[in-house]
Design a protein around this ligand. Structure first.
Ligand code: PMP
Length: 394
């Protein structure tokens, strides 16, 4: 027996996959040509599988800010804020996010994953309950696992099921924290947040919304689903990431509760990891300004999303429940997904392939995502590639 023997089933699965889908484990973006194109296997390939919703990764303001910060402050902070010190930029970004969300406090983390880990593992204790949507991201599940609260899942986007569970809890537990996402990353659908916020109020629970995929995408000012639904006042904690619409890396949590600050002293994912680099802080601050100043990006993104969703649906693909920047194509069995994914790549289009058990309903998915940086011609080209490969799945 070696330490690696337990991976045998994985090795077999990888071999089977490679036989059917030779490129899957060998995708390298050899050169990044633009926010929407990369050189893959020496060939310019259209990217329809990023989370670059606003297309800001090459925005001149973001690049200039990152370069200037690197020159002035160096390439990295080399440690955590608790042990090695906070840079002025960290505080400025926290202040700017608080202003953007109209909240009193914000803490910035080194990734969105860590933001969820920090909030969920630290905020709740063994007398508390976390009620989470079953389709929540792995970082939310992992945060729950790291903490000591009782964790109860409710059926995805099922308000009646959530209410049933709230009712059953009665007064048994001290605090109940409901956790949902703005836009779900796999199927691209939105939480019924108005109804969830009403239940939160009715049952005296707390509400955390992970706006990772909805920041910059939903709401008149791009603040996410809570803004779009007019329920920001009911959301106790907004969580998000800098790695999608803001085109960098990092995460945050904003709140009106003064107690949020205790996470700085109590949360291991804040204390025991290095803080964001000056370049990342600076480009994220610039991206936040661009998000506010260039709302046309959101409009463009939605035009692309509606166009591709309608086209795929008309072709007979089984798409997710609603149009949005994440468009899931249900591919059925993994073998069908492998064929379609490889077929699209051969057509010069890269999408994400998601296999069970990571998918919400046990089937394989091809996940397409759009960017404001796509041109209409590129969106048409993605649709054309899907049309050309329609015969590959039943
Ligand atoms: N929450 C959700 C809903 C996500 O989809 C993701 C990333 N896919 C994260 C959190 C983690 O974000 P990050 O990449 O910043 O760690």
């Amino acid at each position: 027996m070696t330490l690696f023997d337990k991976f045998h089933p994985l090795a077999v699965a990888r071999e089977e996959m490679t036989a059917q889908c030779p490129d899957f484990f060998h995708i390298t973006m050899e050169e990044i040509l633009s926010p929407t194109e990369a050189l893959i296997k020496g060939r310019p390939t259209l990217l329809a599988g990023t989370n670059n919703y606003l297309g800001l990764t090459f925005h001149p303001d973001c690049i200039a800010a990152a370069c200037e910060a690197t020159e002035k402050e160096g390439t990295g902070t080399t440690g955590s804020r608790m042990a090695n010190g906070t840079y002025a930029g960290h505080l400025a970004l926290e202040q700017e996010l608080s202003t953007f969300f109209g909240r009193k406090r914000t803490i910035v983390f080194s990734t969105g994953y860590l933001a969820n880990l920090a909030l969920l593992s630290t905020l709740t204790g063994q007398d508390d309950v976390i009620l989470l949507d079953a389709d929540c991201h792995a970082s939310i599940y992992d945060g729950c696992r790291m903490g000591s609260a009782e964790v109860i899942r409710f059926r995805h986007n099922d308000v009646a099921d959530l209410e049933k569970r709230l009712r059953r809890l009665g007064g048994r537990k001290a605090n109940v924290l409901i956790v949902v996402e703005g836009i779900y990353s796999m199927l691209g659908d939105q939480a019924p947040l108005k109804e969830i916020a009403a239940l939160k109020q009715q049952y005296g629970a707390w509400l955390a919304v992970d706006e990772a995929h909805s920041l910059g995408v939903l709401g008149e000012h791009g603040r996410g689903l809570a803004e779009a639904c007019g329920v920001e006042g009911e959301v106790d904690f907004v969580i998000g990431t800098f790695s999608k619409s803001l085109g960098a890396i990092g995460g945050f949590c904003s709140s009106n509760h003064d107690g949020l600050d205790f996470l700085r002293y109590a949360s291991r994912p804040y204390i025991f990891t290095a803080s964001l680099s000056p370049a990342t802080i600076a480009s994220t601050r610039a991206a936040l300004r661009v998000l506010a100043a260039e709302p046309f990006r959101r409009t463009l993104l939605w035009q692309h999303a509606r166009l591709l969703y309608a086209k795929l649906k008309a072709m007979g693909y089984k798409v997710g429940p609603e149009a949005g920047p994440v468009i899931a194509v249900r591919a059925g069995k993994p073998a069908d997904a492998f064929r379609l994914w490889q077929g699209l790549l051969d057509q010069g289009v890269y999408v994400n392939m998601v296999l069970p058990p990571a998918t919400p309903d046990g089937g394989a998915l091809l996940r397409c995502s759009l960017s404001a940086a796509h041109s209409t011609e590129q969106v048409e080209a993605i649709a054309t590639a899907f049309a050309a490969r329609k015969g590959l799945i039943p």
